[in-house]
Design a protein around this ligand. Structure first.
Ligand code: THG
Length: 370
């Protein structure tokens, strides 16, 4: 790892916070939606404990917004997702998988309704703008589809609410999960929601003026000094423990919502026009694989990707990490359902492991070895 270098150009976009992220001594980046996204600061484990105990500021500008505006905006958003978006209120976000005509997952974004004719799709790592523009053209919709200059900054952790209250005021406390309000920073109004890619609680500030990026970052650090605020980023350990899926790693367009548990967010009997609905109705109950959790009772250095039993490939590990809290090695794996029906455990690399549903339950995580 140490001697590998990422060449940065306009294709690997920097953000209004990049200089602060660098100054906070970022250790590693990934590229997400063609944009730099930090993955590690001090160490995965140190970052994990700090996130769970204090508050972190995350540059998640890589969560790009695809804006869909115009008279047909709602029709286009509904066409893309099998989740019923009809009842969403203004400034509400919906976790809404986007699926193609075969039921394959194109992306797993948060769809944010600003008004009936103005939506943001807050995307995971795939080119939704192109997909949406293609659909809009093909269906002849009266919409504009573009990526506005929006740079989300997440504030996550148990002290996040206190910090965001100090920035925007007491009204912040009344914001419910996946709801938002408009607040102003230095006279500039912007959308702020209770959301973020951790289960530690927190907010996302959708900065809409790049020139205010460093001032916003600095203000959060000034106000949060006694809260032990630190620079952070989506944390592998926290998100695996929490069962949050990462598009491109755990799911992609070869996977449908039933195979990865995202079927809880879709409605097959809804009276909606979604591109994937016919396919999903046919697939329901017929899918051959399932994303599940795997628990090892020891650290697995170099865990192999393929799950092989009796020389047959029955699954692949899609994400994994050592959990310092539970002192277990946790993995997600896409496994053959036929195997899962008959086996509660699996042997991988010679070690016995428990199979469980996602998200992991605290009971499963605390279980001692049988
Ligand atoms: N915030 C914003 N945009 C994003 C993400 C985010 N875009 C990329 C990626 N993350 C999208 N994927 C997810 C996945 C899960 C959640 C949010 C975005 C999430 N899920 C909760 C859960 O699984 O418990 C709750 C979902 C619900 O019940 O509605 O938070 O983080 N802006």
């Amino acid at each position: 790892m140490k001697d590998r270098i990422l060449s940065i150009s306009r294709r690997t976009r920097s953000t209004p916070f990049s200089r602060r992220v660098e100054a906070s001594r970022v250790k590693a980046y990934t590229v997400y939606n063609h944009t730099l996204l930090a993955t590690e600061f001090i160490s995965l484990e140190d970052d994990y404990w700090h996130l769970c105990e204090h508050v972190q500021v995350w540059d998640v500008s890589a969560q790009r917004q695809v804006e869909i505006s115009g008279p047909d905006a709602m029709r286009l958003v509904q066409l893309m997702t099998p989740r019923d978006i009809g009842k969403a209120q203004d400034l509400q976000g919906l976790y809404a998988p986007l699926c193609n005509q075969n039921g394959g997952i194109i992306n797993d974004p948060i769809a944010i309704r600003h008004s009936a004719d103005r939506w943001w799709i807050s995307i995971a790592d795939s080119d939704v703008k192109l997909w949406a523009q293609g659909l809009a053209t093909g269906f002849g919709f009266d919409v504009e589809v573009f990526e506005p200059e929006i740079y989300p900054l997440a504030v996550q952790g148990p002290k996040a609410e206190e910090l965001v209250v100090r920035l925007f005021g007491e009204q912040v406390r009344d914001i419910r999960f996946f709801r938002g309000e408009i607040f102003s920073f230095k006279g500039r109004e912007m959308y702020v929601a209770r959301s973020g890619w951790s289960k530690q609680g927190g907010f996302e500030i959708y900065l809409n003026d790049a020139s205010l990026g460093e001032a916003l970052w600095d203000e959060l650090f000034r106000l949060g000094e006694d809260l032990n605020v630190g620079a952070g980023c989506p944390n592998l350990i926290e998100r695996v423990e929490s069962g949050l899926l990462s598009y491109g790693s755990d799911i992609d367009d070869s996977i449908n919502p039933f195979e990865c548990g995202l079927d809880t967010y879709i409605k097959l009997d809804a009276d909606i026009e979604a591109l994937s609905l016919d396919a999903l109705r046919k697939i329901q109950g017929q899918h051959k694989k399932q994303l599940i959790g795997i628990i090892f009772h020891q650290a697995m250095n170099g865990l192999s990707t393929e799950v092989i039993v009796n020389e047959e490939k029955i699954g692949i590990v899609t994400s994994h990490c050592w959990s310092p809290r539970y002192r277990k090695h946790l993995a997600f794996a896409m496994m053959s359902r036929e195997y899962l029906e008959n086996h509660p455990t699996v042997q991988i690399d010679g070690f016995n492991a428990q199979i469980c549903k996602l998200p992991f339950s605290v009971d499963d995580l605390n279980k001692t070895q049988d």
